[in-house]
Ligand binder design. Sequence first.
Ligand code: GN1
Ligand code: MG
Length: 368
Amino acid sequence: MENRKLQEIVSLFDVQGTVTNIAPLGAGLINDTYRIETAEKDQPNYVMQRVNNNVFPDVDMVMRNILAVTTHIRQKLESRGEQDIDRKVLTFIPLKNDKEKYYALVNGEYWRVMIFIENAVTKQAVNPESSYAAGLAFGEFESMLADIPVELGETIKDFHNMEFRLQQLREVIAQNPAGRVDEPQVQAMLKEIDARAEEMCKAERMGREGILPKRVCHCDTKVNNMMFDQQDNVLCVVDLDTVMPNFVFSDYGDFLRTAANFVAEDCPDMEKVGFNMDIYKAFTEGYLKSAAKFLLPIEVENLPYAAALFPYMQCVRFLWDYLSGDKYWKCQYPTHNFVRADNQLHLLFSIESHYPEMKAFIQQCMKK
Ligand code: GN1
Ligand code: MG
């Protein structure tokens, strides 16, 4: 996008200092992100983002959620006497002419600005040490938000609702818009999906029975949604658009889905797909260290289920997109979505084979 236009948009926000440079930042697939540099040494640099309104239909709700969450975390950090708070929680900047408003609507596009966290890095992959740190950080994030005084909105409706995702799949099977339903590999995959459908929807059932609560969760707990300092300590959790009430399984399960697979989620070599128990153990230990104090027994007991649920759900979602004709995820080749779905199914197989070991490890952590 043109620099002049970006300059105009930044100028709507209450930023301090003189803007000297604007350059694209990162490689996010959903939002467009820019780094805003200011001249003065004692003024912060900023990050400016265009929020993807197709994925997030209610940007006002997204920003209300984010403000509630960052304000609450900031208060917690202050009351604990933490130093360097601007690097430990995101700081959003209001508009110049409306200090209550944290986004600008310009020509139908939604923009927001936050302080750039200096000397921080993101990671694309974890080792057991950073996985432990990530577990601690996401558990701590949920723990700090356990007593948030406002009810957050659901920024993507039914985002991690397994019953809904299966319903979507059934609908696309009935319509068969891409003519792919009868492919033998699709039919074989559907058998595997059906065999587990009942079990995999148990979170929704427990929710209805009133025995499983929803809590404020991050809902996109990827490794690369955390900022680390130069010493590998987690500074803060970022990418807060999907923060919403959900079962805790979301954060635990989706992290492991992305971090504990030996290969990328679209690796076509299914023999290489598998669940890395070292990452699993390190993450689980960190997570339980900060989360055990508020988790209910039913939540702890079902963590292995959560680890299986997310590859299963992602398999269903990728297959749904494959059968829809690849409308949601960008594809590099015609069977890309099917390969992704197959990869997730193989990850699930591997997780299932580790169930007893996973359960034993959780019990061991809970005794500490
Ligand atoms: C999408 O764009 P990205 O990678 O952050 C998706 C996640 C999926 C993921 C699978 C809003 O996330 O739920 O797990 O792709 N986000 C949305 O690659 O649908
Ligand atoms: Mg991200």
